[in-house]
Structure formats: C-alpha cells, structure tokens
Design a protein around this ligand. Structure first.
Ligand code: NDP
Length: 233
C-alpha cells in the first residue's frame, strides 16, 4: 500500500507558483523546484524583474502587490503555491510590515483559492500566534489563520526558527544572531539553513500528509522547526 502511494506521488506533476521567490527562502525554493522532475512549470510573481535563475520551466511575472486583483490572470493554472513573502519592521515600518506579511499574503491566497489552487504553502515563523502581544508573532499568526480559513484542500504552514543564509541585504541584528547560531547552534535547535527550509517544502509537497484529514475535509498542517529539519534532510 505504502509502495503504491509512493509510486502515485512520484508520477504526479505540478504547476507551481512562488510568491517571494526573490528572497532568501524563495530563491532557494525556486532553484529546487526547477530541478525537480515533478514540477513542470514554476511561476514566480514579484514586484521587480528577476532574471538570475534561468530555466525553460521558469516564468516570471511582475505584479503590483497593492493592486493584486488587477493581476488575477497571473495566478491562474496553479496547482500548488508557495508563499515566502516577508519584510521587517525596520525596513518597511509597522504598517508596511503588516501589509506585506499579512495583507499581501491573504489577498494572494484568496485569488489562488478562487483560481482553483489546491495546496497552499506558507512560511511564517516559530512562535506565530494571532493572540500574541508581540507584533511580529501576532501578524504571522493572523496570516496563518486567514489562509487556513480559505479552506484550500491542503494548507502547509512552516514555522522555522532563525534562518541561516548569506543575506544580500544588511540586517545587523540578524547578522549577529546568525554568527552566534553558526558558532553555538550546530545542532540547529533554533536555526535552520534556507536550503533545508526549501527542501522541506518540496518534500512535503510530494508526500501524502502525515496526519490526513477525515472525510476529505480541508487539511491544515503546521510544520514546526523540528519537522522542517526532519523533512529537509
Ligand atoms: P526575504 O526578506 O529574503 O524575502 C522576502 C520576499 O518578500 C522577497 O521576495 C521580497 O521581494 C518580497 N517582498 C518584501 N517586501 C515586499 C513588498 N513591499 N512588495 C512585494 N514583495 C515584497 O525573506 P526570507 O526568505 O528571509 O524569509 C522568508 C519568510 O520567513 C518571511 O516571511 C520571514 O518573515 C520568515 N522568517 C524569517 C526568519 C529570519 O530569521 N529572517 C525566521 C523565521 C521566519 P524583493 O526581493 O523585491 O524585496
């Protein structure tokens, strides 16, 4: 039985869409998707031109995130979508952070649901909680709750700890945290390379859910930091 499931998953192919594909997690995810035979097309939606990854499978579409409904066509024909959008309060201010990390995520998810996408993956963060008194965790939790309420066939929410990467933009505090993590967190209890997060997302797409829902009800799965480490090996 397990062998049959594996065989059927192996032969299934997907047209994928990535939001935030120009960021650290998103770029790594795009690289992994285009090299995997299960993904026949990878569409990246972004606010700026993106030409650093070349592949026949890759389609880039530039959209205005403040007017996403005017770009609904760009979201169509998608079976599986990945959202790695995000900014920081330092970069975008409080309102800008809320807009990107919650509102853009939810508007994109609504459009994808309407367009027939069945599996939506969202990267939030360890500690995401809509009832938190801290803005970052609260907004991440609200994004999770809003996406889950849309009833995709399957929603996969990833909650990584500190991301390890060679970040292109300078973020002082994150840089210090990364240096400490590279020195002391060698078992990745609190930090995780972006390559591992991306691999976990790809692996999880191709595997049947570990805890399937009953009676084909919409499935929401939370993939914790530890789950990411296990799936992303
Ligand atoms: P990045 O900051 O590297 O990338 C963010 C993406 O969002 C980019 O594609 C960026 O596009 C896009 N984006 C940002 N602002 C806007 C905007 N105003 N309009 C349109 N697109 C925008 O993110 P990471 O890969 O580092 O993180 C991925 C997710 O993981 C985020 O949600 C983050 O909050 C979360 N996370 C981060 C942790 C960390 O340690 N840093 C820890 C745990 C979770 P562009 O390239 O055009 O700027």
């Amino acid at each position: 039985m397990i062998f049959q499931i594996l065989l059927s998953m192996e032969s299934k192919t997907f047209r994928a869409l990535v939001l935030g594909g120009t960021g650290e997690v998103g770029r790594e995810l795009v690289k992994q998707l285009i090299t995997h035979p299960a993904f026949t097309r990878v569409t990246v939606l972004g606010r700026r031109a993106f030409d650093e990854i070349q592949s026949d499978k890759l389609v880039f579409k530039q959209v205005d995130f403040d007017k996403l409904h005017e770009f609904e066509e760009a979201f169509t024909d998608t079976e599986v979508a990945y959202c790695c959008l995000g900014t920081t309060r330092g970069k975008a201010g409080k309102d800008g952070f809320i807009k990107v990390d919650r509102d853009y995520v939810l508007t994109s998810a609504e459009i994808l649901k309407k367009a027939g996408c069945s599996h939506f993956h969202l990267v939030t963060s360890h500690g995401a909680n809509k009832d938190s008194m801290f803005l970052y965790q609260k907004i991440k939790g609200e994004a999770e709750e809003g996406v889950a309420a849309l009833n995709f066939d399957r929603v996969s929410i990833y909650r990584p700890g500190l991301l390890l990467c060679e970040r292109r933009e300078r973020r002082l505090l994150e840089g210090v945290a990364q240096t400490l993590a590279k020195g002391f967190d060698w078992r990745n209890r609190m930090s995780v390379p972006v390559e591992t997060v991306a691999k976990a997302m790809v692996t999880n797409t191709l595997c049947p859910p570990e805890r399937p829902s009953e009676n084909n009800a919409p499935l929401k799965e939370i993939i914790t930091h530890d789950d990411i480490l296990r799936l992303g090996i």
